[in-house]
Design a binder for this molecule. Structure first.
Ligand code: NAP
Length: 305
């Protein structure tokens, strides 16, 4: 299948790029391997998106973005692209079966995935107490003690969310200060079910069929303590979803794509938008801005090429 522009990824950045490209009447297809929405769809509540004065479910906001983009005619297809190569005419995108799509310009908006630190027991108990998505799995932990690892926006926000279900939430953070924005910290400090374990890192997850114990180590004196928890949620950061185009465009040492202010990458005709690129602030609002700029830049590229 051929299109002038292909957008890879259907999170806020990709959907916004799709909306702008469709409105500009570009021959565009958006490819998404799962359900549109990206990380936004797995976020419980969003309360910092401008124009939305009341908190809104991440899933609902994602659906609104999708239906708005479709209203302008955006075609969204399900496809798992595994590699991208340059051709004389532009780019070939392959799925497991071979070349599936060709395009003249490309916007990568594939977002990012949670980092899995791989401590002993983590992978063994994945899906049986170990999780990377509180919104997906939180309701399974009603009246159970859980632990959340990390001190960033995701860890602290999701720890507060988990307190709705869990009998107690142990927030395990490796420093003595949270990285999360102050407003999210305040919610955690005000949550009576929250116990914060400062200067602590996860050491091992122990269980039988499912998780029973999390061993944590003090970074100050190396002492080990045991938390009797049924769930362990990891939020220790994100890595770019770049497997399909790793090596095609310049990226930083962690694999996040380098762009200029017009979202142009090192390869003419390839643009990047949202969490997958190097940027200072990863938010829905900044992903949306990236998507609009990427579509505008792609339009100019297609008109001038
Ligand atoms: P993040 O900001 O990179 O935070 C990762 C946290 O995990 C940090 O507290 C870090 O500790 C800790 N950590 C890293 N490696 C660790 C390890 N091996 N063992 C134990 N702890 C470890 O990642 P994030 O919270 O997933 O957020 C990703 C991006 O999305 C950020 O830009 C964030 O602002 C954004 N976001 C925004 C919102 C919102 O605005 N509502 C919500 C979610 C995410 P240190 O603090 O010591 O480095």
């Amino acid at each position: 299948m051929q299109a002038d522009l292909i957008i890879l990824g259907g999170g806020p950045a990709g959907l916004t790029a799709g909306l702008y490209a469709s409105r500009a009447r570009i021959n565009v297809i958006l490819l998404e391997k799962g359900l549109p929405g990206g990380q936004l769809a797995a976020t419980e509540l969003v309360d910092n998106y401008p124009g939305q004065p009341e908190p809104i479910l991440g899933f609902e906001l994602a659906q609104k973005m999708e239906s708005q983009a479709r209203r302008f005619g955006l075609e969204i297809q399900t496809a798992d692209i595994v590699s991208i190569s340059r051709t004389d005419a532009g780019f070939d995108l392959k799925n497991e079966e071979g070349t599936a799509y060709s395009c003249r310009a490309l916007i990568v908006a594939t977002g990012a995935n949670p980092i899995k630190p791989g401590i002993p027991g983590e992978l063994q108990f994945a899906g049986r107490g170990v999780s990377y998505c509180a919104v997906c799995d939180g309701p399974f932990f009603r009246d159970v003690e859980v632990a959340v690892i990390g001190g960033g926006d995701s860890a602290v926000e999701e720890a507060v969310y988990l307190a709705r279900f869990a009998s107690k939430v142990h927030l395990v953070h490796r420093r003595d200060k949270l990285r999360a924005v102050k407003e999210i910290q305040e919610k955690a400090f005000a949550e009576p079910k929250m116990v914060i374990h400062w200067n602590s890192v996860p050491e091992e997850i122990i269980g039988e069929f499912d998780v029973k114990t999390l061993r944590i180590r003090s970074t100050l004196d190396g002492s080990i303590s045991e938390l009797q928890v049924g769930g362990v949620f990891f939020y220790v950061g994100i890595k770019p979803t770049n497997e399909a185009f790793n090596g095609l465009v310049n990226a930083d040492e962690r694999g996040f794509v380098l762009t200029d202010e017009n979202m142009a990458t090192s390869v003419p005709g390839v643009f990047a938008a949202g969490d997958v690129r190097v940027k200072v602030l990863r938010q829905i609002s900044t992903a949306v801005g990236d998507g609009a700029i990427a579509a505008y830049s792609a339009q100019h590229y297609l008109e001038s090429a």
